[in-house]
Design a protein around this ligand. Structure first.
Ligand code: NAD
Length: 242
């Protein structure tokens, strides 16, 4: 179903983003792989080994102009932009009382404004095509909040509002927009947590295991294939939020 389509994945050098890029490559999509600082040659080769093309593009999604250039490059290289996955994200955890303005701003700028920047620029391409699938990475934390993550939770809750509004605005041209809310997935982002914090997490996961990047990637592929699902937040969290 997705063979020959173009998928743009932001923050895809590692973790969930890399797994999503690979999953779409396995479906036959050409990949525009955005990365922030560096991407390994092996990652590019792994994607190309699926028999598709991979265009790596370095840049910061919180930069409005860069987001526009990224979409332009994707369209120029592959002729269309069929799937956009807004995966790039950061944390700067701190208790609210001690959180600096910088810690708040940089998380909002990357996670929420970055997502807006990409959606804003891809929408004109998808509106002309009269098709497209946008998938935004939220988090269970955006749904239920978390002490020490006011900035991150606000950004991920914002992503849900952005997703639902985008879905309503673009639906008339056959474009879908959904969000995925992962629970606890073992990546570099969660590797900074202590063993005690990780054990406490496991306690509140009914399925009693951490998520994998592949758990999230397979849902992204599912959403890109299903053209009658829009404006939804799909929790992929082992039952953390029921
Ligand atoms: N790991 C989890 O448990 C978990 C849970 C819920 C949501 N998420 C979300 O999933 C997404 C991927 O997270 P991950 O766990 O793979 O983390 P990760 O740190 O391994 O990957 C995040 C990627 O985003 C990139 N990035 C950061 N800022 C960027 C910017 N300004 N422009 C472009 N790229 C940028 C990083 O370079 C990195 O490659 C994030 O949006 C994160 O918030 C993760």
């Amino acid at each position: 179903m997705l063979d020959g389509k173009t998928a743009v994945v932001t923050g895809a050098a590692k973790g969930i983003g890399k797994a999503i890029a690979l999953a779409f490559a396995k479906e036959g999509c050409n990949i525009v792989l955005n990365y922030h600082s560096s991407v390994s040659e092996e990652t590019i080769q792994e994607i190309e080994a699926c028999g598709v093309k991979c265009l790596p593009v370095q840049g910061d999604v919180s930069d409005f102009k860069f987001a526009g250039d990224l979409i332009k490059q994707a369209k120029k290289e592959f002729g269309s932009v069929d799937i956009l996955v807004n995966n790039a994200g950061i944390t700067r955890d701190m208790l609210l009382m001690r959180m600096s303005e910088e810690e708040f701003d940089c998380v909002i700028n990357t996670n929420l404004k970055g997502c807006f920047n990409m959606v804003r620029h891809v929408s004109s391409v998808m509106l002309k095509q009269r098709s497209g699938s946008i998938i935004n990475m939220s988090s269970v934390v955006g749904v239920m909040g978390n002490a020490g993550q006011a900035n991150y939770a606000a950004s991920k809750a914002g992503v849900i509002g952005l997703t639902k509004s985008t879905a309503k605005e673009l639906a008339q041209r056959g474009i879908t927009c959904n969000a995925i809310a992962p629970g606890f997935v073992e990546t570099d982002m969660t590797a900074i947590l202590s063993e005690e914090q990780k054990a406490a997490m496991l306690d509140v996961i009914p399925l009693k295991r951490y998520g994998t990047a592949e758990d999230i990637a397979s849902v992204a592929v599912f959403l890109a294939k299903h053209t009658y699902i829009t404006g939804q937040v799909i929790n992929v969290d082992g039952g953390m939020v029921i």
